[in-house]
Design a protein around this ligand. Structure first.
Ligand SMILES: *Cc1c(COP(=O)(O)O)cnc(C)c1O
Length: 426
């Protein structure tokens, strides 16, 4: 072997994994155990004191989860990662490491509906507040920054679909104000976009979607880009200040460029508890092995279906950046040249009623609240995922009354088109 780094396809299969040292098992075993026996009393003490790496208890670390963590860190080009119970847990533990009561962050207005709710409502109980900015206008992020702002948050390909974020432009704003840029890379996955290459500092995922890829497991991931200088920065006490939980250790000094991932694990996951089941980690790892093949097919199929819909008489508009006429096409060519992903929205000339009718008449598409399955999925956001939002928030989030969202699966595109045409006729 040479010094050349393995390619993406190879990493998707091998990163973090090796034949099991004791049994030779080639697939990563499911270490379905709550706890791990210590070598001796000194070993136990050094694990608890963070002087040695090793397994204590599956809430904090687990060998199956560790393979998943190494794999996503390699695919994203980060320094370390943390697997957690869901995408929401990944967002929450990230913010928990960054924010103190009274702190603020600036978030894009084009986000997964659940993230909008988490930021607007749940975070209030922790004394954290969100300022919303226009995803298409980096200046609006800068205008929302105050001395208490601790982060900028956006999605790479943004919800409910068809929006490409200018990550580099947001990273420039974040760097100018010396705050980290957190990118939710769920919709793109590292196959389509690697946010660290465009200046992101932290990446979060809902592994529930394309990484797992088969609609069978909830999971989340946090990836540390290793780029942000926490050491000596009193605004980020979780990383930069002596931690009483660990007899005065300063995580950014002891762990350097993976101090953030450590803080999420030993201060967030350990104390708040949203651990990923090793069984789910196993399923997500299996999904990741075929990620490059699946993401390419998802994107190719989505382009065929979006092109067809854009020519359909019942359709007012299609928002898919893969279409040459789309307003995000130039950004798509720059950020995601292999394809623009599986998820997009379109508007029905018949409005809210037509949207409700369409979802009930489709046969092959499943009407449900998820994306990133092998199967094609459909949802009418205004009556489901985004219904808690006000009308103005719905429209700002790209989820107006006439909007339908598709997550295109791996079926034959001709069958998907036939299903859509039939339902649109009805
Ligand atoms: C689904 C999703 C989440 C939340 O993830 P869960 O695994 O459902 O908790 C966060 N961000 C995006 C972009 C998502 O699609």
């Amino acid at each position: 072997m040479t010094d050349r780094l393995p390619g993406f396809n190879t990493l998707a299969i091998h990163a973090g994994a090796a034949p099991d040292a004791s049994t030779g098992a080639r697939a990563t075993p499911i270490y379905q155990t709550t706890s791990f026996v210590f070598d001796d009393v000194d070993h136990a003490a050094s694990l608890f004191g963070l002087q040695a790496f090793g397994n204590i208890y599956t809430r904090i670390t687990n060998p199956t989860n560790a393979v998943l963590e190494e794999r996503i860190a390699a695919l994203e080009g980060g320094t370390a990662a943390l697997a957690v119970a869901s995408g929401h847990a990944a967002e929450f533990l990230t913010m928990h490491a960054l924010m103190q009561p009274g702190d603020e962050f600036v978030a894009s207005n084009k986000l997964y509906g659940g993230s909008i709710n988490q930021f607007n409502h749940a975070y209030k109980n922790f004394g954290w507040s969100v300022a919303w900015a226009d995803n298409d206008d980096p200046a609006s992020f800068e205008a929302a920054i105050t001395p208490r702002t601790k982060a900028i948050f956006c999605e790479s390909i943004a919800n409910p679909g068809g929006v490409i974020t200018d990550i580099k432009a947001l990273s420039d704003v974040a760097k100018k104000h010396n705050i980290p840029l957190v990118v939710d890379n769920t919709m793109a996955t590292p196959y389509l976009i690697r946010p660290f290459e465009h200046g992101a500092d932290i990446v979060v995922h809902s592994a529930t979607k394309f990484l797992g890829g088969h609609g069978n497991s909830i999971g989340g991931l946090i990836v540390d880009g290793g780029s942000f200088q926490w050491a000596g920065d009193a605004r980020y006490p979780m990383m930069s200040q002596p931690r009483p939980e660990y007899s005065g250790m300063v995580l950014a000094e002891t762990f350097g460029n993976f101090g953030f991932a450590i803080a999420c694990r030993v201060l967030g996951l350990r104390d708040l508890g949203p651990a990923l089941s090793p069984f789910n980690a196993f399923l997500i790892l299996n999904g990741i092995e075929t990620l490059p093949l699946r993401m390419q097919r998802h994107s190719d199929n989505a382009l065929v279906v979006a092109t067809h819909l854009s020519q359909h008489e019942a359709v007012a508009w299609v928002s898919y950046p893969g279409l040459e006429t789309d307003r995000y096409h130039a950004l798509a060519k720059r950020y995601t040249p292999n394809g623009a992903g599986a998820v997009f929205t379109f508007g029905l000339k018949g409005g809210y009623e037509a949207g409700v009718k369409l979802v009930s008449n489709l046969q092959l598409f499943s009407h449900l609240a998820n994306i990133g399955d092998t199967r094609s999925l459909v949802i009418h956001p205004a009556s489901t995922t985004h219904r808690q939002l006000t009308d103005a928030q719905k429209t700002a989030a790209g989820a107006g009354p006439e909007v339908v969202r598709l997550s295109i699966g791996l079926e034959d595109p001709a069958d998907l088109i036939e299903d859509l045409d039939g339902a649109l006729r009805a």
